[in-house]
Design a protein around this ligand. Structure first.
Ligand code: HEM
Ligand code: NAG
Length: 323
């Protein structure tokens, strides 16, 4: 009994020390003195944008993900092409796909009016992601702040590090592992696909060629996603056919029913340790609260990917270009 207590304590301690070294410089109160209005300004604009266009909540959540997976959460995704570099916006997973830049524009303009050059673009993305999920009925969490902005994008990394929808489970696991994220994070964060939409070319092969798909579901998608390459490739379908504007646990119910939209969605059931991944998906499909709890933790984990802090990077004046 005594040795069990010691074991528990040393584990907690290791975890604690690890947290301090890895996450030490981010803090939920980072702007409490320097820009106390920061959180409410972001929240107001996100609320308005999502009320006007529910899908915007999904698009803002995805922006934060695509930022964090490329050289860390440093707003590199927001930089435009310029004579010195090629932007991440032109990378395969992003081009003609990412949305929400105009909302970030509005947020940045209002923040600059109130607290000039204080709030980083990387933090705006993290806050907007959190507020979007809440606005669509999902959980909220304390968002960690204090990230700074990069001076350069990395288009190569955007092409290599953002996981493709055609990956098998092992490829997804490797992509998340590279960012320091676990299989549990992978499954919880994939639950983000309970909101938003995807273009036909990202799931065409799945609805015509694959067998682990509900045939009625496949057929319903074929109506708007023709078999012919090049025809209707950008036609949109919701991930969650029940309600793609509500953040709930339906995504996992869909997976259990072989109604995952992307190959990579359905692949979550085929982990190498299939029992664990299947149990995890089944658990979330039956327990929305459990999913929400794990999603919050994993969102904080994702937001902690290699932030620039202290005097590294900069606070961008215009989010589209380095100072
Ligand atoms: C696990 C690996 C993942 C893959 C392979 C993947 C792939 C995709 C693809 C192909 C699309 C559709 C893009 C388009 O057709 O234009 C998409 C949309 C989306 N993804 Fe993911 N994704 C993954 C993980 C995530 C994570 C971790 C999040 C956030 C935490 C996320 C949030 C979203 C959202 C919200 C949308 C809908 C965006 C909208 O409607 O504008 N995804 N994803
Ligand atoms: C960009 O990303 C690639 C692939 O991850 C990496 O090899 C390279 O060092 C990065 N370049 C910069 C300037 O960070």
């Amino acid at each position: 009994m005594a040795s069990l207590t010691m074991l528990t304590r040393s584990f907690a301690c290791t975890t604690f020390l690890l947290c301090v070294t890895v996450y030490g410089q981010l803090s939920s109160t980072f702007y409490a003195n320097s820009c106390p209005q920061a959180l409410s300004i972001v929240n107001n604009i996100v609320q308005q944008a999502v009320n006007e266009d529910k899908r915007m909540g999904a698009s803002l959540l995805r922006l934060h993900f695509h930022d964090c997976f490329v050289n860390g959460c440093d707003a590199s995704v927001l930089l435009d092409d310029n004579p010195n570099f090629e932007s991440e916006k032109g990378a395969r997973p992003n081009q003609n796909s990412l949305r929400g830049f105009d909302v970030i524009d509005n947020i940045k303009t209002q923040l600059e009016n109130v607290c000039r050059e204080v709030v980083s673009c990387a933090d705006i993305l993290a806050i907007a992601a959190r507020d979007s999920v809440l606005q669509l009925g999902g959980p909220s969490w304390e968002v960690m702040l204090g990230r700074r902005d990069s001076r350069v994008p990395n288009k190569t990394a955007a092409n290599e590090d953002i996981p493709s929808p055609f990956l098998e489970f092992s490829g997804l696991q490797i992509a998340f592992q590279k960012q320091g994220l676990s299989v549990k994070d992978l499954i919880a964060l994939s639950g983000a696909h309970t909101i938003g939409q995807a273009q036909c070319f990202t799931f065409r092969n799945r609805i015509y060629q694959e067998s682990n798909i509900d045939p009625v579901f496949a057929q319903s998608l074929q109506a708007t996603c023709p078999r012919d390459d090049g025809v209707g490739s950008s036609n949109l379908s919701p991930f969650d056919i029940v309600n793609s504007n509500v953040f709930d646990n339906n995504y996992f119910k869909d997976l259990v029913a072989s109604k995952g939209l992307l190959h990579s969605d359905q692949a979550l059931l085929n982990g190498r340790d299939a029992t664990f991944t299947q149990d995890q998906v089944a658990l979330y499909s039956n327990d929305q609260t459990g999913f929400f709890t794990d999603f919050q933790v994993s969102m904080v984990n994702m937001g902690n990917i290699k932030p620039l802090t202290g005097t590294d990077g900069e606070i961008r004046k215009d989010y589209r270009k380095p100072n």
